[in-house]
Design a protein around this ligand. Structure first.
Ligand code: S3P
Length: 448
């Protein structure tokens, strides 16, 4: 059964590359052995940006190899920041508080919402003109969430539909610190404001309805900034340089989620994923999977450059359905597509509510998962702010479509590992946005 609310439009846009090079995938018995995942994408963006503003030279190890982080790197290069690749790390020369170089042309952020929103904050405080744009999907995503508070700080920003959509043009300059009560929990909005506030004397503060990922706060503190956090409010006293300090980027928990669910839903898995960031604002999906009956152990807990890190041990598990509450959504926002796959392999119903943010991600992820689950023969109801999935312990062989969204592509590949027959994924190449080499990484772990 599929019920689509009448007045709800879905924004699935399909590119012709969807039909090119479909991935053909066969089911496997399990994922076994020990592996790692690429460096965390969110922390990598922040390491490059904060490093660019620091007062010295620093090295970043294990930077995310994904295309989104490449976009941030390229844009910072256009702004005059020297970032040099070394063997396993990059060397970066901070510009203290500037001046950054006025870019000669558009800064192209590609598919990366994090790059455009974070850089918009930084550029609002720079006394120069800059313009930001990105790919088709990026230009459909809402920018008013950062434009509004940055304008309140005094920034001059223009964009299509009065700043709702990119391209954005920014004439930065003297801003004033503000307190902003955000109507949505968003680490991108929070970071945009903090990056602007870093240049200002006085206190910039940000409050949100639920705590979103707190990597910016942690990294600012690690680099010596005057930042304090109290539940859902962060306060920054800017106007002084941050210190250059080497950063080791831990494994991306969002990328690990695909391996975790892959191991849980296949019948003979025993998998270790080493050096994963286990920041509490990022591993909400583990709490939800635990409720569903998953066997995932966190071992060897430690702290690396201000972030908690651990090794995950995952075993095949019989899962049961659960209800995700709205307050749980920010802690697992990027993992909901793969949690939908776990729900399809569970017994019983899973309800996801309060997740309408999913409609404005790289694709409309509610619509994308509803159509793909339907293709898998799963009983799914699409709601304006979530999904209801009737798990029956497995899915049929299917042909799924990524909608050019990396997290949808990776979720489909994971579902195909345990489907009832060979499956096909159209538009799978976009997995390179966050997890290049995913198939190569799982190949040695596969139990046939
Ligand atoms: C991110 C924040 C989240 C997340 C995105 C990365 C970040 O977006 O979905 O993939 O690095 O700050 P929102 O801030 O829109 O919730």
């Amino acid at each position: 059964m599929q019920e689509r609310p009448r007045n709800e439009t879905t924004s699935l846009a399909c590119s012709s590359t969807d039909e090119e090079r479909p991935l053909s995938l066969k089911p496997v018995r399990g994922l076994c052995g020990s592996t790692t995942v690429p460096g965390d994408k969110s922390i990598s963006h922040r390491a490059l940006i904060l490093g660019s503003l620091s007062s010295g030279v620093m090295k970043i190890r294990n930077l995310s190899p994904g295309e989104d982080v490449r976009s941030t790197w390229q844009c910072l290069g256009q702004l005059g920041v020297g970032i040099e690749p070394l063997d396993e790390e990059v060397r970066l020369e901070g510009k203290t508080h500037g001046p950054l170089k006025e870019p000669e042309t558009f800064l192209d952020v590609g598919n990366s919402g994090t790059t455009i929103r974070l850089l918009a904050g930084l550029l609002s405080a720079q006394p120069m003109f800059s313009a930001l744009t990105g790919d088709d999907s990026l230009r459909r995503r809402p920018m008013d969430r950062i434009v509004k508070p940055l304008r309140q700080m005094g920034a001059e920003i223009w964009g299509r539909e009065n700043g709702r959509f990119a391209p954005l043009a920014i004439k930065g300059g003297r801003l004033s610190p503000i307190h902003y009560d955000s109507p949505i929990a968003s680490a991108q909005v929070k970071t945009a404001l903090l990056l602007a506030g870093l240049f200002l004397e006085g206190e910039t503060s940000f409050a949100e309805p639920y705590l979103s990922r707190d990597h910016t706060e942690r990294m600012l503190r690690y680099m010596g900034a005057d930042v304090t956090c109290d539940q859902r409010t962060v306060r920054l006293r800017g106007g002084r340089p941050i210190e250059a300090r080497d950063i080791e980027v831990p494994g991306d928990p969002s990328s690990a989620a695909f391996l975790v669910v892959g191991a849980l839903i296949t019948s003979r898995s025993e998998l270790e994923i080493r050096d994963v960031c286990v920041n509490p604002t990022r591993i909400g999906y583990l709490t939800i999977l635990d409720r569903m009956g998953a066997s995932v152990e966190l071992c060897n807990r430690r702290e690396v450059c201000g972030e908690p890190v651990a090794d995950l041990k995952v075993r095949s598990s019989r899962l049961k359905g659960t209800t995700l509450l709205p307050e749980e959504v920010p802690g697992c926002i990027d993992e909901i597509p793969v949690l939908c796959v776990a729900a399809a392999f569970a017994q019983g119903r899973t309800k996801i509510t309060g997740a309408k943010e999913l409609r404005v991600k790289e694709s409309d992820r509610i619509a994308a998962m509803a159509s793909n689950l339907t293709a898998m023969g799963v009983d799914v109801v699409e709601r304006p702010d979530g999904l209801e999935i009737g798990g029956r312990g497995g899915v049929a062989a299917f042909q799924g479509r990524s909608w050019q969204d990396h997290r949808i592509a990776l979720s489909l590949i994971v579902a195909a590992l345990a489907a009832e027959g060979p499956s096909r994924v159209l538009g799978g190449d976009c997995m390179n946005i966050s997890f290049p080499g995913f198939l190569e990484r799982i190949a040695p772990l596969i139990e046939k």
